[in-house]
Design a protein around this ligand. Structure first.
Ligand code: F6R
Length: 608
């Protein structure tokens, strides 16, 4: 999730300071590197480096770049660590074409090999850099700039918003989008493009939306939108933006957390876009080890629990999950140079997790990691890492980073399943297919069930405690529902494997005690029905997350949230956790708390 801003201003105006101030408003989308390009006097001016906007500006003076046309980019690394050569924009061999990009190009390796075969020289490790070179290549074959760009876009697979400037058409910007966002702003004879409207809101309230599969040409004559597939011109009406700058940053949602819950429709897709090569590398390290520990804290620990169960079921691998702060007590004695550590941390900076990694590394273990922050300390300590590709998470409570961690860990387990041959191929195929269906299911859930979750939250707003129960792979989902709820609403909450609840917890149950069951129709269904009856018989208020149409559990429950569509059991936590995130959110808001900044908590815990 990077941030892009581009502008075509009146001739004689300087674009660079405007680009920098727009990038400031986009920094929440990513901030590991910054870059700007302007066009003037028949050449491109490029400044870029690793670091936050103010750092890079104080080093290079980003305002001091001539020209009234230009583009800026704030990066959140996916391919290639944060470094000057990987910062955008990227240019072609002759530095005549510059491109910035938000998204992931899945087939970049094939295209890169093809272009290298034609003597194109690449300077970065990014997927983006193939774009200016491919455009250059098509121009070399006699195509004009727009047609060369259109042809390039049609070669790309994956997600992208792309913005291109060229020294040879100095008053023109070209854009294209597929899955990643890009909006267009119409000023007074001046034109803008940006990842979201918050970037140009102080400049204009008039906007055009670029739809999937479209590209556009911005020049002093205005904005022309084309269908990338066939070059057909598309007519689009202007819209007027009514959001204030603060709500624009949150895309109109009241809180970042709610925005991030909704973003999961996209972030899971992005998490699943990481090239298979990373999974294969991680898998071969695991196969080459005698022991595997998964190490993490908080929400990442819950993702690790799902991952461990999947590794057992699909690959016959016994992965012990250890809370990072307990690692040295619980596991370090067992670590040696035949051990693999799989660390899970969205920030990649959690001190407890880093300490565990350092201790294990000192004993010769291989370090694998799953993280959302490329360039983080954890990534740098790792032999192999897999990126989550979620973009920055602003809300302190982890939401979109949890579902993307689970998606990545399930794909890793599927990769290991194929390599070890321990599970039927059809079962692995079914899981991989299901992972790609989860974003659509979450979208439907968010379109149809938010009101019912809000109503349930209202109805339990005075509860002194709330309990979450699940079985199998949804024990971690229950733990995650509990963590979200207690950290945001400050209501003491409890979570158990449902079968374990009768060994003690059940004594708390009295009339009206809310118990939330995570109850998809998997192999635990019959047993969980038994647990529901035990609780119901003692007066508990039963709230169940069920698959649509599960009449048996619906009839036993006081409230249900119906999850649309069916999934193989291992994939269920990705979708079933979403109502629990919403439950915690609405309970917190209902109590007058700020769910984005719960008391006593920090986004990244860098102390022991
Ligand atoms: C809970 C939450 C925390 C983090 C934990 C680990 O909503 O956000 O429990 O999951 O502090 O953080 P990372 O994943 O950055 O290591």
């Amino acid at each position: 999730m990077c941030g892009i801003f581009g502008c075509v201003l009146h001739e004689g105006t300087t674009a660079a300071p405007l680009i920098r101030s727009a990038l400031k408003r986009l920094e929440y989308r990513g901030y590991d590197s910054i870059g700007q390009v302007t066009v003037n006097g028949g050449r491109l001016y490029v400044k870029k480096d690793r670091g936050r906007l103010e750092e890079v500006h104080s080093k290079y003076n980003l305002d001091d770049m001539p020209g009234s046309v230009g583009v800026g980019h704030t990066r959140w690394a996916t391919h290639g660590r944060p470094a000057q050569e990987n910062a955008h924009p990227h240019v072609d061999c002759k530095s005549r074409i510059a491109v910035v990009h938000n998204g992931i190009i899945e087939n970049y390796l094939d295209i890169k090999r093809e272009l290298e075969g034609k003597s194109h020289r690449f300077l970065s490790r990014t997927d983006t850099e193939i774009v200016p070179h491919l455009v250059e290549d098509y121009i070399g074959q006699g195509l004009g700039l727009v047609e060369a760009f259109r042809k390039t876009v049609n070669r790309l697979e994956g997600a992208y918003s792309l913005v291109l400037t060229s020294a040879d058409q100095p008053r023109t910007i070209l854009c294209a989008r597929q899955e990643s966002p890009l909006v267009l702003g119409v000023g007074n004879g001046e034109y803008y493009c940006a990842s979201d409207i918050s970037a140009f809101l102080p400049l204009t309230k008039k906007a055009l939306v670029l739809e999937e599969g479209e590209m556009c040409v911005l020049d002093p004559n205005g904005i022309k939108i084309l269908r990338a597939k066939n070059g057909e011109v598309v007519k689009r009406d202007l819209i007027t933006i009514t959001w204030d700058p603060e709500s624009a940053k949150k895309h109109g949602f009241r809180h970042f957390m709610l925005k991030e819950v909704h973003e999961q429709v996209q972030t899971i897709k992005d998490a699943l876009r990481t090239h298979q090569i990373y999974y294969d590398l991680a898998a071969s390290k695991i196969i080459g080890s005698e022991k595997l520990f998964i190490v993490a804290c908080g929400t990442s620990y819950h993702a690790g629990l799902v991952g461990s169960l999947a590794l057992t079921r699909l690959a016959g691998i016994d992965a012990r999950v250890v809370v990072a702060s307990e690692f040295s007590e619980e596991a370090l004695d067992l670590v040696n140079d035949r051990t693999a550590i799989l660390a899970v941390s969205q920030s990649g900076e959690t001190m407890d997790t880093l300490n565990a990694i350092r201790d294990a590394k000192a004993k010769g273990a291989s370090i694998l990691s799953v993280t959302n922050v490329m360039g983080s300390t954890m990534m740098r300590l790792s032999d192999v890492y897999i990126g989550q590709n979620c973009g920055p998470e602003v809300g302190v409570a982890a939401t979109k980073t949890f579902t993307s961690q689970v998606a990545v860990l399930l794909r890793l387990a599927a990769t290991l399943g194929r390599k070890t041959g321990k599970a039927p191929v059809e079962k692995i195929d079914e899981l991989e297919d299901a992972l790609h269906r989860t974003p659509g299911m979450i979208e439907e859930l968010l379109n149809t069930k938010v009101e019912s979750v809000r109503r349930i939250a209202d109805s339990i707003s005075n509860a002194a405690s709330i309990c979450f129960l699940g079985r199998g792979v949804n024990v971690p989902t229950a733990l995650e529902g509990r963590l979200k709820l207690l950290e945001l609403s400050y209501v003491p909450a409890i979570a158990y494997p449902a079968g374990e609840s009768k060994h003690g917890f059940i004594s708390l149950i009295e009339e009206g005690f809310p118990v939330v069951f995570i109850a998809p129709p998997d192999e635990t269904h019959k047993k969980i029905i038994g647990n529901i009856m035990e609780m119901k018989a003692r007066g508990a208020r039963i709230i169940s997350l069920i698959q649509e149409g599960d009449e048996e559990i619906r009839n036993l429950s006081d409230d249900v949230v119906e999850i649309p569509g069916s999934l193989p059991p291992l994939a269920t936590p990705i979708v079933y956790v979403v109502p629990l995130q919403l439950l915690a959110y609405y309970l917190s808001v209902g109590k007058g708390h700020d769910p984005d900044y719960p008391r006593n908590l920090a986004k990244s815990v860098t102390v022991e």
